[in-house]
Ligand binder design. Sequence first.
Ligand code: NAD
Length: 414
Amino acid sequence: MDTSPLATALAQLASAVEILGFDSGVHDMLATPRRELRVAVPLRRDDGSIEVLHGYRVQHNIARGPGKGGLRYSPDVDLDEVRALAMWMTWKCAVVDVPYGGAKGGVTIDPHAHSVAELERTTRRFTSEIMPIIGPERDIMAPDLGTSEQTMAWVMDTYSTSVGYTVPAVVTGKPLAVGGSWGRSTATSRGVVDVAAAALADAGASLSEVSAAVQGFGNVGSHAAVFLHAAGARVTAVSDQYGGVAAPDGLDIPRLMEHVAATGSVVGFEGATAITNADVLAADVDLLVPAAIEGVLDAQSAAQVKARWVVEGANGPTTTEGDRVLAERGIQVVPDILANAGGVVVSYFEWVQANQTYWWTEDEIAERLAYRMRTAYDAVASLARAEGLTLREAALAIGVRRVAEAHKIRGLYP
Ligand code: NAD
């Protein structure tokens, strides 16, 4: 069985189309990316040699508004992966009802194997190559795996220099100093923890009484661990691409953050036991937050999960088979397009603020984010209850239906 992200995304769409009873024409429209751009990104390395990287930007759907989605730097990224991620963005923006379509970008670069100057040149060349299809009303990028707020500042500067004036709204997730929003860097994780709390509450539980494991300790995973720890959860296992650490009584997350800031990895954290990434997924905890890469919960690893709740911080961490195994085992999965939507919600707030040149306070952001996440969670959970669906099926049904509705109301041109 094909366990690639694109196969997973297409299978999810097919199941939503079946639930919604759409015909094959509508299914095809929703399955087919609206616009794809593939570019060469020649990079002059610091030693003077030239390396040609590949860059992609896919706008899966723009029926509800401009394309919106992250930019990924990873040596393995390819067009199909970007297509899947762009499709998930479309449903995600619709589930939390922000007026965007879905898009995603990628460049085949290993950020850990390149200097800051090389990353800057790569970002500027890639931005320049995709200039014709991006812009505040066309397609707005944000950080994703391997990119950061610094990357967004370079994109914004390159775009602005090219058009001749400053355009903060062309990206989100940029630094505060150039029009970023309070709370954006931790928004995805806040949303993850908000919906985890809501899912637990539905079962009469609360974060203060559970143990948790987090896979991936980057932007999403590390802050999720911080918020879980702050809410009283015992975070007993975490990992990154180099390995994992565990402590049965709970890891001291603030100290672990300092260790990661100093060493670049969770590995070697004093007082903790070394474990593998597979151990983290199979950890004996109540709540599991995969927050690294796609496809880690397949049929085999899903069979090892001991958690009662899986809250997907990453995009596409569960394959179709993995999803089936988790559902059969009665494990509650809060799906990516709902669980990690906090990032795009605050990205939307950042874009609104940039368009108005008027800035909101951190409290205003946190309050509006919590309201959006709670509203989206309640809509998904109540549809799931009413129709006997999983939370993933319900979230997809809501997202896909809203996008199809936009197409229907707009009509097909010509
Ligand atoms: P990041 O680059 O900041 O961190 C990624 C983390 O995953 C790092 O700790 C890295 O070491 C780890 N990792 C990478 N490969 C791994 C592997 N093979 N096994 C185990 N760990 C591995 O990226 P991020 O922004 O935190 O994104 C993580 C996930 O969350 C991605 O799926 C991304 O698409 C999704 N996401 C991010 C945001 C956002 O706002 N940044 C929003 C929504 C979803």
